[in-house]
Design a protein around this ligand. Sequence first.
Ligand code: FUB
Length: 323
Amino acid sequence: MAEQRRPLISSIFTADPSAHVFDGKLYIYPSHDLPHNGEDNDDGDEYLMEDYHVLSIDTPDSPCVDNGEALNMREVKWVSKQMWAPDLACSHGKYHLIFPARDKDGIFRIGAAHSDSPAGPFTPDDDYIEGTCTIDPCVFVDGDGRVYLYYGGIWGGQLEKWQTGKFDPDGKGPAPDAPALTPFFAELNPDCNALASSPIHIRIIDENGEDLKAGDEARRYFEAPWVHKYNGVYYLSYSTGTSHYIVYATSDSPVGPFTYRGRIMEPVIGWTTHHSIVEWNGKWYIFYHDCELSNGINHRRCVKYTELKYNPDGTIVTINPYE
Ligand code: FUB
C-alpha cells in the first residue's frame, strides 16, 4: 500500500474513492479524471470522466494495483457524458457498480452495471434506475442484507433543481435561513437494478433538533454522502462543498434523522473533497482525494488514504491532511 497521505497511484488521475473489503482484499472504486485543459465553472463542466478503473490492494503491505478499465461510457446506452463518483455494492452474490452520469437530456441520473467479480468488468443495464436523479450514490448494505442508496449533490449535481419533484432547470437553492437541502434516501432491490422504495430526503439536524440551515455552509450538506456503521451507530459523512470540509452526523437508524457531530477532515488542495470510510484488518481508514499530483488543477485529482481514529465516545478525531 502506498505511504499514507501520498497518491495511491500516479499513472492516471483518480478521485471520489469508494473503498470496500471483499474476501480480505481492499477494492477502491474511484472516478477517473481526464487530463484536459478546460476551464472550471460552478456546474462542474470540467469533470469530464468517461470510464471507471478498479484499484485493489491485496494486503496492507502490497502495492496498489490498477485493474484496468472496468466500464466505458460507450457501453452505456443511456449516458451522454460525465460518469462521476461511483460506488459498489455486493448483493445476491454479485457486484453492482452504481454510478451517476448525464442522460441524453443532460440530466444527472444513477445507473447500475453488474459483474461476478469485484474488479469487473461490469455489464451495464440498458437504462438508468427509474426514479433516480442527481449524483454521488453511496450504497450501504446493512447487516440484514438490505441495500440503501443515499445520493445527491447541489450546484453541478443538480439537487436544487428537483425541489418540486420534477426537474426544473431554473431551480435555485433555499434561502440561507431555510432548511438546507439534504441527500435522497431510497432502498434498492437486492439485484440493485430498481428502487424498492420511493426516494425521500433524510434530515440532518443540529444538537437542538433543528434542521441545518442552507446558510450554515460550514456544516450543511453539499455532496459526497458516505454511510458506515460503527458500534451499531450509523455515521453519515459528506462534503460541505463551498467550505471544503468533510463532516459527519450520526443516527440510530439508516434513514435518520442524523445529528451533526463534527468535522472529519480539514480542506484539501483543490475545490472538491470526497471520501469513503472502511474497516480493514482491525483498523479504520478514510480514502479521499486532493490535487497534489497536478499541482492544484481541480479536475486532475489523486486518491490518498490515511488512518481514521475514534474517541472512546464514538466521535471521530479530526484529520488535518497535511500534518
Ligand atoms: O468527480 C466529480 C464530482 O466532484 C463528484 O461527483 C463530486 O463529489 C466532486 O468530487
